[in-house]
Design a binder for this molecule. Structure first.
Ligand code: C5P
Length: 225
């Protein structure tokens, strides 16, 4: 029996992260947040003064950082050159520039290799979430899911999450605009754009509760494993 690979793709705010972690925990699988790897690469570029708008400079530098991604479903950490960057990679500076860095082909080649290594090391299999899991990284995945939600539902969820953390309304509005910008960039880039794989199952989460989405994905994996 080949190890299980569950590939989950979709735009920001579709519920991907929460769903992927819950499915991994429920099925006893490892969990890989590939967005965190692109964020860690971006954090390293910013910390080391590499101009993220200069694709050539990014391509030359991207082999340098040692990125190690944890695969524990209940709180994976990610380190760059031994430093835990789990917190800083969620900050506004990294978020604003990650799409530019992730559009550089050399960055993708390097991180895709790391992602496949992680899957190979997972003892029982892995739930991998990102933008190109089903299309590029794991074309032979056991199950492929493309999670979407209406733009309104995605913005509203993200706003509720930020309000809960006490973030002010102006910042929430700015982050909503950034989310739209990022999705447009991720979907229109030439290398591995965000797109649904032909054999992926589309799950629109707009009108579903979190538990309903988790149940649907778990059922799908059970059908195919
Ligand atoms: O999932 P998250 O929002 O943390 O991803 C951050 C960014 O990383 C995305 O906006 C996208 O530019 C990039 N990304 C990617 N391919 C993936 C995962 C993330 O290009 N597989």
């Amino acid at each position: 029996n080949a190890p299980v690979v569950v590939a989950i793709d979709g735009p920001s705010g579709s519920g991907k992260s929460t769903v992927s972690r819950a499915v991994a925990a429920r099925l006893g699988l490892s969990f890989l947040d590939t967005g965190a790897m692109y964020r860690a690469m971006t954090w390293w570029m910013l910390t080391n003064g590499v101009d993220t708008a200069d694709a050539e400079a990014v391509a030359i530098a991207c082999g340098k950082p040692v990125i190690v991604s944890g695969t524990d479903a209940d709180g994976p950490t990610i380190t760059v050159d031994g430093v835990d960057v789990s917190g800083p990679i969620r900050g506004p500076e990294v978020t604003a520039q990650v799409s530019a860095v992730s559009a550089v082909p050399a960055v993708r080649t390097r991180l895709v290799e790391l992602q496949r290594d992680c899957a190979g090391l997972a003892p029982r299999g892995i739930v991998a979430e990102g933008r190109d899991m089903g299309t590029v990284v794991f074309p032979d995945a056991t199950a492929k899911i493309f999670l979407t939600a209406s733009a309104d539902a995605r913005a509203e969820r993200r706003a509720a999450e930020l309000r809960g953390k006490g973030v002010d309304e102006a910042t929430i509005a700015a982050m909503a605009a950034d989310l739209v910008r990022r999705d447009t960039a991720d979907s229109s880039r030439s290398t591995s754009p965000l797109t649904q794989a032909e054999d992926a199952v589309l799950v629109d989460t707009s009108a579903l509760t979190l538990d309903q989405v988790i149940d649907a994905v778990v059922e799908l994996v059970a059908e195919r494993a």
